[in-house]
Design a protein around this ligand. Structure first.
Ligand SMILES: [Zn+2]
Length: 329
């Protein structure tokens, strides 16, 4: 009998939510499944094969949909994907988000991830600074909505009521493994804050340090990347504001620094999340930050997108990665 939400790892049946929640607990099974190519989704009979990947940055294992097989999974399955060629969004996707022949999805971000020092640097990711935005490329809110939608985090599913960051973070990380952003592996340019656990706290700290260090500018290049996490608090800092992220140590060394100008712009642009989160009990704010590394080694935001969700990380508004595109076409 088929079971959506269950997977088989090297011959053993386990609930997907449990694997996503505690990947370290299933380490042996996951690594055996990876070695023997023996992971499958049980949403249908016969079972559909899954890919077991191991992140080079965190060393954590995760399951991913087999390239091109997303539309074959049961609609309620976490690995189900819309058939992009049937979704009627082909003309936008051909430029901004498209399937490639090797099964990965190529996302073209509107602003550069690498600039040369004398070049004009984007002060924000908007139509003025990034003329291709909306036609040939995707911006921050579009990217955040796209990842949420692809990771199946937008809609209510069985078990979603009690969904925690561990599952959200795992689902997003799975997505990143099959995506490139502006031709770079998404995993290498986008850091999803991992869930806090005492036993992995040190490794998580090392991972974010390593990520920020990878954005170090030199005489030839300025590098930028993304941090995705839940905003836990906003604190005044010496030159502006520091956005404290949930599941991260609250030390000033971590978090994202914003200029007063950007903080102000975000509050005007994302009025709903900023106003409502304060009032709605249990509301959460998820931020996607487009960052540079400051000379002092801090993550400094060039721009950001903020989304309001309920307690189980289901967006207050249904994300539409194409809204940002359509609005401007
Ligand atoms: Zn499935």
């Amino acid at each position: 009998m088929p079971h959506a939400d269950w997977v088989e790892l090297n011959g053993r049946r386990v609930p997907l939510a449990a694997v996503r929640d505690e990947p370290d607990h299933y380490l042996k099974l996951l690594s055996a499944a990876r070695t023997h190519k023996a992971a499958a989704c049980l949403c249908l009979t016969p079972a559909l094969p899954l890919v077991t990947r191991c992140s080079q940055t965190t060393g954590r294992h995760h399951l991913a949909v087999w390239p091109g097989q997303g539309p074959r999974h049961a609609p309620e399955c976490a690995f189900h994907r819309l058939d992009r060629t049937m979704s009627g969004q082909g003309s936008y996707e051909s430029a901004a988000i498209r399937d490639t022949a090797d099964g990965t999805i190529a996302v073209r971000f509107a602003a550069p991830l690498i600039s040369k020092p004398g070049q004009d640097r984007p002060q924000s990711v908007d139509q003025q600074a990034c003329p291709g935005l909306g036609r040939r490329s995707v911006g921050l809110l579009g990217l955040l909505h796209y990842l949420w939608e692809e990771a199946k985090l937008s809609a209510w599913r069985r078990g979603a009521r009690g969904r925690r960051w561990a599952e959200v973070s795992a689902a997003l990380t799975e997505q990143l493994a099959g995506i490139t952003i502006s031709r770079r592996p998404a995993e290498s340019v986008l850091h999803v804050v991992p869930p806090y656990r005492p036993e992995s706290a040190e490794a998580n700290l090392a991972a974010i340090d390593e990520f920020i260090a990878s954005l170090r500018a030199d005489a030839n290049q300025i590098r930028r990347g993304f941090v995705l996490g839940e905003i836990a608090g906003i604190h005044k800092s010496k030159f502006g504001f520091r956005f404290q992220l949930a599941h991260q140590n609250p030390s000033p060394h971590l978090g994202i620094y914003l200029s007063p100008r950007l903080d102000n712009r975000l509050r005007r642009r994302y009025r709903h999340p900023f106003a409502a989160a304060a009032d709605v009990v249990g509301g959460r704010r998820v931020g996607l930050f487009y960052i540079e590394r400051s000379t002092g080694g801090f993550a400094t935001a060039v721009d950001a997108a903020v989304m309001l969700t309920n307690r189980a990380y289901i967006p207050a508004e249904r994300p539409n990665p194409h809204r940002e595109l359509r609005a401007r076409v």
